[in-house]
Design a protein around this ligand. Sequence first.
Ligand SMILES: C[S@@+](CC[C@H](N)C(=O)[O-])C[C@H]1O[C@@H](n2cnc3c(N)ncnc32)[C@H](O)[C@@H]1O
Length: 496
Amino acid sequence: LLHCLLLDHPAEVFLKHALVNRHRTAIVRYQHSRPIAVAISHGLINPQSTVFDYGCGHGEDVRLLMESGVSAAGWDPYHNASSSVRSADVVNLGYVLNVIEDAEERRNTLVAAYGLASRVLVVSVRVDRSLDTAAEYADGKLTRVGTFQKIYTQEEFCGYLRDVLGRTPHVVGLGIAYIFKEAQAEAQYLATLSFRGPQSIRQEAVEQFASDPLAQRYLARTRELARPPLGVEFPELPTLIEHFGSLDRIRRISEKLLNPATMHEAQESKRQNILTYLAMIKLQGLHPPPVSALPKDIQADIKSLWHSYAEAIAEGNGFLFRLGSPETVSKECRAAPIGKKLPEDLYVHCSIVDQLPPLLRLLTFAARQVIGEVDHDLVKISMHGRSVSFLKYRDFEEVAHPELEYSVRVFLPKASYTVRNYSNSDNPPILHRKESFVGFLHPRYSEFEALTKREDELGLLSRTDIGTRKGWLTVLSERNLRVEGHDVLADEKPAR
Ligand SMILES: C[S@@+](CC[C@H](N)C(=O)[O-])C[C@H]1O[C@@H](n2cnc3c(N)ncnc32)[C@H](O)[C@@H]1O
């Protein structure tokens, strides 16, 4: 109400505010909101950047950022109205638009927030469907506690941003987008996306690893086992992680040293990466950034691989065209050296998506443009290349036959998606043969493989009715078997 009075809104807006409890939408947070966490993970927010949180609620994001050394400030018309509104490199408009019931004010708020950003605006809205049954109000819903919520679909959200700001948004998660103002920041962001993955390990890191005595012992043990050692097989693993980062990074560096690529292979993979990057930019309807805006090492790579940047761009466009050819995609899927191939689809675990051939990586990137980052374990690529699904299972690592929690299927020709939720299903689809989805460098590959071998020997996997929880449990109970951890055990015969 105070906000209304101060801004001298007309009486009807005042009345709407009396009905709608906007201030009650702010929740107390104890960790970063998802949009801020995502922007940190992409390096957009870092100790060198300034951040302004527009509509900061109780201000936890600002407090946590300041605690980690980032220069941050925030303003909220209800919870922090005395603070001043200011510009910053990164402006966050976190779950604000969806609580504003007045369409004009909503639009003005978006424009104002974008106006404050010198590098990028991070904007998020609710896209869940949990309020489907709430009362209609204006163009949204009125909840039981009297708050307004405009629930967007992802397409609607992107369309709205594009209409109001006249810029192409980058979708980074469900209901989260970046709108860049600075071309260089945009180019850097896209480069981070396309160059992350196995090739992003720097040569110095590989060299340092190769010359470290502890790392050499780790490599020797890996050779001996023909896979990365488990913690018990290499007790110094925690020290190695301390020196070289995560287990995943150690595995990727080792992979390079264990299978030294020839000069030609290394160049070819760089070429494919750059083409993927240029195709990704095109896919977003953007112009490639000037070569000087690219990271220095990529500029050098382009120089060594093409006669000119224009030649690289032209080849990138041709690369993109191949996405539209079902035959080409199907050929690439069948030839993919990783993942599980079924007649209609290729399945791969999220940890090895970066090892897919470039065209298939580009296809998953295109799908991510529609829905952003979704928590998932497996990616399913249809052989004809028209759809990509992200599948989330309950406890993929620990459970022998994980149950599907949800799937998000992106239909690429229409840039539309559907979500199927199985979390309340009493008979969800389940997985078998987990090793076929993960790379053989996965730390639990042998464990998964041993279970499959045992289940095969027992004739359990040749049945056609084991694809869902009930079918599988029936088969096990008919055979008086149970699965514990990643072992098949005989059940005690029921007493007569
Ligand atoms: C769902 S909360 C989100 C708060 C915070 N950004 C977060 O993610 O925790 C929505 C916030 O928008 C604020 N708000 C409402 N109308 C606004 C407007 N016109 N401009 C800026 N913020 C507004 C509310 O006061 C509320 O704190």
